[in-house]
Write a protein that binds this ligand. Structure first.
Ligand code: SF4
Length: 96
């Protein structure tokens, strides 16, 4: 199984974000199984992550997503951005 990459993240207020890229080594998505919130989102004055790295999706609890298999993401890559007031996986596609 390949770890999908976060190809773009527009959440500029996150400590791991620089220039529309996520630099955490890996993120976790889906605190609530029905909602694809980025659980790694974190506001801090301390910049986070490794600027030479592009985040992968280490785990995803959004079991309702068509790309979710055994609580892992099988999409080729994902995009993250604000929906309302939360940082969400924009690639989420409900099975229903
Ligand atoms: S595409 Fe679906 S399975 Fe992959 S991280 Fe987003 S919500 Fe989770």
């Amino acid at each position: 199984m390949q770890m999908p990459k976060v190809s773009e993240c527009s959440v500029s207020s996150c400590a791991y974000n620089d220039n529309k890229a996520c630099h955490a080594l890996a993120i976790t998505v889906g605190e609530d199984p029905d909602t694809p919130i980025c659980d790694t989102f974190f506001e801090s004055d301390t910049p986070g992550g490794d600027k030479s790295a592009t985040a992968g999706v280490g785990a995803c609890k959004a079991a309702e997503c068509e790309y979710n298999a055994d609580l892992e993401c099988t999409a080729p890559n994902i995009e993250v951005g604000m929906q309302g007031n939360e940082a969400d996986c924009l690639t989420f596609n409900s099975r229903h």
